[in-house]
Ligand binder design. Structure first.
Ligand code: HMG
Ligand code: MG
Length: 309
């Protein structure tokens, strides 16, 4: 049943990260052909922005070492956007050579994660991103900035909001179009999310330039999403079937499942353009390739009994 709540947007853009954030953390390396079919099925289910892969060091994330091969075989359509992660100039060269038009740089609010994920201090990683953002913009690319560990860090514990705002501001000063707030290990709660969005607003990064990226480790992702929508955010990252995590953040589990998000948004009367049945069928199909059932509650609830026995 559709029952709206006041103060929420009419439409939400879902930024699908399953092929990148989902598959980067799977033990099994999924063949490029299966990844391309995954993206095709996601697009057929109505998703329009799909983060497909990363041009990172192939030894750091072997699951995505086939980035070139995948980009080459993806279906093309003027209304489909395929951002990719790019950490450095080498990654940008690879992305440009493959016709990529949208990239995301990915920083960390904490020193420990910056070292573990990027082999750099926070300052060094920002110095690594600056020429990437500058050249990408010169070439007319759309650039997103992620700031990870925005709600807590497994090694450093609580992360003070001003520390998150500082890294976010430095990344947005590079000319990024959008900032995605990454709760990498899923520890955040709605009051904290609201306070962080307010603090970013006070620093000049309003909700119209924000996206939220919640992992669901502690089951808070939907509650946090609702808090973000109330604060004016209209772009939400999610991963089909709830797959995902970060190989360099041990305690990170799957992202907010796209199906769980769509169920809530449609229940609130918010338009997403997504066909939930087709999406859940895609996640069941992908779960077959990954050899384990989808962790998404909505995918499980929508699975016919004949398939669960
Ligand atoms: P490094 O070892 O310090 O690299 O890694 P380097 O700059 O010293 O270069 C060493 C060699 O690697 C060189 O080759 C480079 O050319 C090569 P050599 O000259 O020795 O022959 N190299 C590359 N080759 C291919 N593609 C590249 C590349 N870069 C260097 N792009 C680096 C530094 C940043 C590359 C590495 O740490 C890395 O790839 N990290 C990526 C980690 C990652 O992808 N993590 C997961 C994504 S983040 C995430 O999931 C969080 C998010 O979802 C939000 C949230 O949840 O919070 C986004
Ligand atoms: Mg993530």
């Amino acid at each position: 049943m559709r029952v709206p709540l006041p103060g929420l947007p009419e439409k939400v853009t879902i930024y699908e990260v399953g092929p990148r954030d989902g598959l980067q953390n799977e033990k099994a390396v999924v063949p490029a052909g299966v990844k391309a079919e995954f993206v095709t099925r996601l697009a057929d289910a109505g998703l329009r922005t799909i983060e497909t892969t990363s041009f990172v060091h192939p030894k750091w994330v072997p699951q995505l070492a086939d980035a070139e091969e995948l980009i080459d075989i993806l279906p093309r359509s003027p209304d489909l956007r395929y951002p990719v992660l790019v950490p450095n100039e080498r990654g940008l060269e690879r992305a440009l050579a493959n016709g990529v038009t949208e990239i995301a740089i990915f920083g960390s609010a904490t020193e420990t994660f910056a070292r573990r994920n990027l082999n750099r201090t926070v300052d060094e990683s920002l110095a690594m991103f600056a020429p990437v953002a500058a050249r990408a913009r010169e070439q007319g690319l759309w650039v997103r900035a992620y700031v990870s560990m925005a709600c807590g860090d497994p090694w450093e514990g609580d992360v003070p909001i001003p520390q998150v705002v500082s890294v976010a501001s430095r990344m947005m000063e590079m000319g990024c179009a959008q900032l995605s707030i990454g709760d990498t290990i899923g520890v955040g709660t709605p009051g904290q999310v609201t306070a962080l969005i307010e603090a970013l607003g006070e620093a000049g990064i309003g909700p119209e330039r924000l996206a939220v990226h919640f992992h669901d480790t502690y089951g808070q992702a939907l509650a946090n999403t609702l808090a973000a929508l109330r604060a004016g955010v209209t772009v939400v990252d999610a991963s089909a079937g709830g797959i995902g995590g970060c190989p360099y953040a041990g305690s990170a589990t799957g992202n907010l499942a796209t199906e769980d998000l769509v169920w809530m948004l449609h229940g609130l009367g918010i338009d997403t353009g997504v066909d939930l049945g087709a999406l859940a069928a895609t996640s069941r199909w992908m779960a077959g390739h990954l050899g384990r059932p989808s962790p998404s509650r909505v995918v499980q609830a929508l699975t016919p009994e004949t398939e669960t026995t």
